[in-house]
Design a protein around this ligand. Structure first.
Ligand code: FAD
Length: 545
């Protein structure tokens, strides 16, 4: 068993956990993060991609609106490489009440959310596909944010302050002595080794799984309800601005341009298990219909991929009084010293990715208070590594880079302009960690993954490989071949890697199989099954496609 010593252990490598790690490290605590899979593999990697301006909440939730407006500015500054400052519109479509725009503008002024009404013809000039029947348009500072890039940036910053990030380390227990937390037990699934981290404090940021973690410390009855939402990536940037319906928040009322695609979403349905999130076809149809209201003809675009994420909504039966029917969407911090008489454990859940830094600040403030210490938060003052002041991400960056090296560096993913050297660099980074790919096993059960080896899904998160129109149909074959050529895997390992990747892609493909994407899936099937007979090639593990 490996033993580590730290002041604080953070459980969960989503935005909230990585934010808390960075904050604690910047305040001088020795901090360790334990994540059961890859960073951003939970809700943070399965969200809508919107960096809220606050506009969505100016009428329904004024406090959140002000928080979002403030954090939008900070996140745009400190994570410039993860944010595209697209701007956004709140649009009164023919289906919406024009009077809501007046309430919106009043709310925006009251909550200090920058917003101004612009002529419809000006909006149509910037977004020609916008519903021409729109009667009012309000411009706001919405942006788009890459959740993975954001967590990697925050993790890199935390490491610079001495923190450790242990991915593929599943927490299995919390050791309690004399009414206080003393250690966290985990299993390192890369190296098949148990890990014990002795510590005096634990921040539980396990998102929709937070109740399981609290239960490990004997704190039961914490109810985190997974609020499932589905989203669909449509091919192309149908809009260069975030488009919101100017109405009270409802399903399918936002279209977000993210990298090379546009994402329509989302729904909100209680799920029973965050590891098993359905993508029902009726919700797919509901989203496509909703998208038509913002952009008539949206259905004619190709739906590339669908996925679901789970909002971690806290329903604490002991702390809240009577109204358990309405669950708060807000951030919740459970202080288990007050609630359960257990010192050294805080649970944080809820909130939004946009406000992740603020959530981290508030939970670390609570930790300092419990420890009787005063240490100031500095996370808003310093940009994360890789973020250049004043230079936000732009979708054309890769094209610009490829113009420079297109003759001597082979492009292996045309949809996302990934080159061979980019892939080789990521495979080299993976090779010492040898991560397993938990996506398929976690859907089946919480059992230990069956395979240890390189993962094209980890590559996907880093490079967007397989996220364009072919959904991996061409690039994954090349990538598996290159992995083999680079000795990252032998032939059987590369075949297993390819099968796992295609199997995971399929989860988000089958609910949207119509039109061009159905034709693409048929072509991909002919290549993988008809030409390569991939299901029967020797592989070093069984993966059912
Ligand atoms: C459909 C949907 C759309 C959304 N859209 C937006 C949006 O556009 N803008 C926005 O600002 N917010 C959005 N949100 C909210 C936002 O995505 C979440 O608030 C945020 O990502 C939550 O991050 P988290 O770190 O708390 O949880 P997670 O990202 O889920 O992180 C929890 C982590 O804990 C890990 N974990 C679980 N069990 C263990 C264990 N035993 N050991 C170790 N690790 C463990 C998990 O693997 C996971 O990585 C959306 C949410 C949903 C569901």
């Amino acid at each position: 068993m490996r033993q580590i010593q730290a002041d604080v252990v953070v459980i969960g490598g989503g935005a909230t956990g990585v934010g808390a790690l960075r904050d604690a490290a910047m305040r001088g605590y020795s901090a360790v993060l334990l994540e059961r899979a890859d960073l951003g593999q939970g809700t943070t990697g399965r969200f809508h991609g919107l960096l809220h301006s606050g506009g969505r909440y100016v009428v329904s939730d004024p406090e959140s609106a002000t928080e979002c407006a403030r954090e939008n500015t900070i996140v745009t500054r400190i994570h410039a490489d993860a944010v595209e400052a697209t701007g956004g519109y709140f649009v009164t479509t023919p289906a919406d009440d024009p009077a809501f725009a007046d309430r919106f503008l009043t709310g925006a002024t009251a909550t200090k959310v920058p917003a101004s009404e612009i002529p419809v013809h000006e909006a149509l000039r910037h977004v020609p596909r916008l519903n021409p029947g729109a009667s009012r348009v309000i411009e706001v500072h919405d942006g788009t944010v890459d959740g993975w890039q954001l967590v990697w940036g925050a993790a890199a910053s935390a490491r610079e302050y001495g923190a450790s990030v242990l991915t593929y380390c599943r927490v299995t227990g919390i050791v309690v002595r004399d009414g206080a937390v003393t250690a966290v037990m985990a299993h390192d699934e890369k190296h098949d080794e148990d890990v014990r981290v002795d510590c005096s404090f634990v921040i539980n940021a396990a998102g929709p799984w937070a109740a399981d973690i609290a239960g490990m410390a004997g704190c039961h009855d914490v109810e985190v309800v997974p609020g499932r939402g589905i989203m669909i990536a449509m091919a192309h940037r149908l809009t260069d601005r975030v488009l919101n319906r100017c109405t009270y928040p409802e399903d399918g009322d936002i279209l977000v341009p993210v990298h090379t695609v546009s994402i329509i979403g989302t729904t909100d349905v209680r799920a029973s298990n965050p590891d098993r999130l359905d993508i029902p076809r009726d919700e797919v149809q509901q989203m496509l219909d909703a998208g038509e209201v913002l952009i008539p003809g949206l259905r004619q675009a190709r739906a590339l991929h669908a996925w679901a994420g789970a909002r971690p909504l806290v329903r604490d039966t002991r702390v809240t009084d009577t109204d358990t029917r309405h669950m708060s969407r807000e951030m919740s911090i459970l202080d288990h010293a007050e609630r359960d008489g257990l010192r050294g454990l805080l649970t944080i859940a809820g909130g939004k990715l946009t406000t992740y830094r603020l959530m981290a600040e508030q939970v670390v403030n609570r930790m300092c208070a419990q420890l009787g210490e005063t240490r100031a938060c500095r996370t808003a003052d310093e940009a994360v590594p890789g973020s250049t002041a004043g230079v936000n991400y732009a979708v054309s960056n890769r094209l610009h880079d490829r113009e420079a090296d297109r003759l001597d560096d082979q492009i292996i993913c045309e949809c996302e302009l990934v080159t061979k050297s980019m892939l080789v660099d990521v495979l080299n980074e993976q090779s010492d960690s040898n991560p397993s790919d938990p996506a398929i096993p976690s859907l089946a059960s919480s059992a230990t993954p069956r395979h240890v080896g390189p993962s094209l899904d980890d590559v996907r998160r880093q490079l967007r490989l397989g996220m364009g129109p072919c959904q991996g149909g061409f690039c994954s074959l090349r990538a598996a071949g290159i992995a083999c050529e680079q000795n990252a895997a032998d032939a059987a390992g590369a075949t297993a890697m390819l099968r796992r990747f295609l199997g995971n892609r399929w989860i988000g493909l089958w609910p949207i199989l119509y039109g061009d994407q159905a034709r693409q899936a048929a072509l991909d099937g002919w290549i993988t099954d008809g030409l390569l007979d991939i299901s029967h090639l020797p592989a070093d593990e069984e993966v059912v496609l």
